[in-house]
Design a protein around this ligand. Structure first.
Ligand code: DGJ
Length: 718
């Protein structure tokens, strides 16, 4: 519910459990008052104005503007034609609208009336600038979103050098900053540190968010745990260069995020406007777990679109050819893998990298999206038909944003690659990046993609992206507009993915970027699942999936059962441990099943059936992180909202003999089906009261990395 007082000078955004308040002060500035537990108090207590020389530094500003006395780190930087960087934005008007706003060309959470509402507040600067702040409220999910539309209302061009999506001034200093950081194969490891005076930030200048930092972060009170304490979480709905910063000053903490200002300069001609990406905010006073569950529900119900938004709809169990074949295969090898996969209960066969003209390693051919007939004599359609004849659906890998210097596409259109004139272009993984800011470049790739997708029934597309942007210069833009290329590139990716899902509404799209380098709310608007990491080792996945789950729900995480020793880490873990990790996402296989015996395939068939039987619960259930990963093990549960069923996962000998507390409201009696290392599947009855009081007892599992998966279903007699 949005309250906009008749005076138009006080605003409250209410969700089920939270309230966000703002007010206009006597100078006409929009101040932030409150973001915390729900309150209906509407008494406006404006922060006291201090000495006129320094007060802007102390005031909680809803849209901090530079140049006029607020000396905290500027994020909004409008440069006027006279070279000044300053803005004095005063309240002009406000409007409440039913339904949540959408953003043209940009991903955004969506919610129609009555689930969503919009508050639009217009601020103006007489020098020729208008900022329309858009607030979306999705009350049931405790989600508040913010974006801004910045318009040049002057008579000369204006350059935007920095644009926040949101900024939140909190009146306290003792907060921790938690970010998700890592590297290739080690994405989204949580790091939590107490804030100290000054600016602490994470971000990306790689053109994509990249493996190093995720565009989602939170502030929390030092006492915050999984189940208690206050958290302010923020996820950017954006997939390019970003910055998230927290500044501790005398006034408290300013938490802000938006497009990274490095190499960003967007020119607005008179009358033109720029729309920022959206930021999504959640406040929780029930710890990290409470915050995560709000994001999970909002992402499942108000971000993901298309037919796979229905979490009860089966997602295919897939086999991906990458770790089974890499670049070395022919049609017979693929068909043998497909036959073994069919016997293992797989529904869909995905042909990964290496299938197109001359692609025998990673040095060539990106951009030439037609079959290598030396490997696939009948073409992609011929292979697809044979896979279909085995009773499997077919999917394929592409990397549409990439171009190899050694490719027909590059020989024909070398200017399509991002390259700086007069400088050598840097190949990363032997490849360049196409200039997706250009319509003609995207159109060329679109023609190839549609030819491929129209050639046979392709049910799944893995869209990969394996290179950070470098040599960022667009041949289609003048020198003054080169600061627009990074953002225009991201808009180009969104444009092509939107065209794809419009034309192929039944296609299951999975995004990927060298593992999980582009795992964010922006990409989830287009694809319901994203490849989480190239590291499928069970122990590593405990941390990667734990970190990812702070913001993103299990149903979005591509997770595959793979071979041991693991191809990335060399670790060996028990099948149950690998299954626990893989079953907690969108399940599939990534290994050479032709090396498996008939008995082993029969065992895998049972796991595939387990996923198909319980997949709807895994995708739509409520996640409880029971023990955070500590390098030795971890435990978590996914429960139905009515507690009628749940799956408890535990990995690691460190949990041996412990009782796992179950936070969901277990009632009555539960039939339990237990699969664990070193034992046959067993069944027993668990008393709900006892589970609540004492937790779920774990047996002693004797192995280095054992696994335990217990499915609980309330008995019909209870
Ligand atoms: C990176 C992806 O993460 C892998 O799964 C695989 O598709 C390779 N690229 C192929 O080049």
């Amino acid at each position: 519910m949005i309250v906009c007082e008749p005076s138009g000078h006080f605003f409250a955004l209410h969700t089920a459990h939270t309230t966000y308040q703002m007010a206009v002060d006597e100078q006409g500035h929009l101040l932030h008052l409150y973001y915390g537990p729900r309150t209906d108090a509407s008494a406006v207590v404006l922060p006291p104005h201090k000495d006129p020389g320094c007060w802007p530094n102390l005031l909680p500003q809803e849209w901090p503007a530079p140049g006029l006395g607020d000396h905290r780190a500027p994020f909004f930087e409008p440069e006027f034609a006279d070279g000044t960087i300053a803005a004095d934005l005063c309240f002009e008007s406000a409007e409440v609208r039913p339904g949540k706003y959408s953003l043209p060309g940009l991903p955004a959470f969506w919610a129609q009336d009555p689930q969503g509402e919009t508050l639009s507040i217009t601020l103006t600067d007489a020098a020729g600038l208008t900022v329309q702040l858009l607030y979306g409220v999705i009350a049931d999910c405790d989600l508040i979103t913010r974006a801004a539309v910045i318009q040049n209302t002057g008579s000369a061009p204006l350059t935007l050098r920095g644009v926040p999506s949101f900024s939140l001034d909190l009146p306290r200093k003792d907060l921790d900053f938690l970010t998700l950081d890592g590297d290739w194969a080690y994405e989204r490891t949580p790091h939590r540190t107490p804030l100290r005076p000054g600016v602490q930030s994470v971000g990306s200048v790689c053109g994509i968010p990249n493996h190093f930092h995720n565009p989602a972060a939170l502030l929390c009170t030092p006492d915050a745990t999984e189940t208690s304490g206050e958290c302010w979480g923020m996820a950017l709905v954006y997939s390019g260069n970003f910055r998230i910063q927290a500044e501790q000053s005398n006034a408290g903490v300013r938490f802000a995020a938006g497009i990274e200002p490095y190499h960003f300069a967007w020119i607005l001609a008179p009358g033109e406007s720029f729309t920022t990406p959206e930021a999504a905010l959640v406040y929780s006073n029930s710890g990290l777990g409470g915050m995560s569950r709000c994001f999970h529900t909002a992402i499942r119900e108000h971000l993901i679109r298309g037919k796979y938004r229905d979490m009860s709809l089966k997602r295919p169990v897939l086999i991906n050819s990458w770790e089974a074949c890499y670049f070395t295969f022919d049609e017979e090898k693929l068909l043998a893998l497909a036959r073994a996969a069919k016997q293992s209960g797989v529904d869909l066969f995905v042909l990964d990298d290496g299938w197109f003209k001359g692609r025998n390693d990673d040095t060539t051919s990106l951009g030439d999206w037609a079959a290598d007939t030396a490997k696939l004599p009948g073409g992609v359609d011929g292979l697809c038909r044979k896979i279909n004849d085995l009773g499997l659906d077919f999917g394929i890998w592409v990397e549409p944003e990439a171009i190899s210097p050694d490719s027909e596409l590059f020989r024909a259109h070398s200017d399509w690659a991002l390259q700086i004139p007069g400088r050598a272009t840097l190949p990363i993984r032997h490849q360049y990046t196409l200039d997706f800011s250009r319509d003609d470049v995207r159109e060329g790739i679109w023609q190839q993609l549609t030819a491929l997708l129209d050639s046979c029934p392709i049910r799944y597309l893995k869209w990969d992206m394996n290179r950070s942007l470098a040599n960022v210069y667009s041949a289609a833009l003048p020198a003054a507009r080169q600061g627009e290329v990074y953002h225009r590139y991201v808009l180009g990716v969104y444009d092509l993915q939107q065209r794809l899902i419009d034309r192929y509404p039944d296609l299951l799209l999975e995004n990927c970027a060298g593992g999980g380098a582009r795992f964010d709310c922006g990409m989830l608007y287009y694809s319901p699942q994203i490849w989480t990491s190239d590291n499928t080792d069970a122990l590593s996945r405990l941390t990667i999936q734990y970190g990812t789950s702070l913001f993103y729900p299990p149903c979005t995480m591509g997770a595959h059962y793979s071979a041991v020793p693991n191809h990335v880490t060399g670790h060996v873990s028990d099948p149950q441990a690998r299954m626990a990790a893989a079953l907690s996402g969108t399940f599939g296989y990534e290994l050479d099943l032709t090396a498996y015996s008939q008995d082993q395939r029969a065992e895998l068939r049972e796991w595939s059936a387990f996923y198909q039987e319980h997949g709807a619960l895994i995708r739509s259930g409520t996640l409880y992180r029971l023990c955070p990963p500590d390098g030795f093990g971890s435990a978590w549960a996914i429960a139905a909202p009515d507690s009628s069923q749940a799956i408890v996962f535990a990995v690691g000998a460190v949990l041996d003999g412990r009782s796992l507390p179950l936070p969901f409201a277990a009632q009555g009696c539960y039939e339990a089906e237990i699969r664990q290392t070193g034992a046959e599947t067993s069944r027993c009855v668990q008393d709900g009261e006892a589970l609540r009081a004492h937790g779920l007892p774990l047996p002693n599992l004797h192995s280095t990395l054992p696994g335990y998966i217990c499915y609980l279903k309330r008995s019909s007699h209870s």
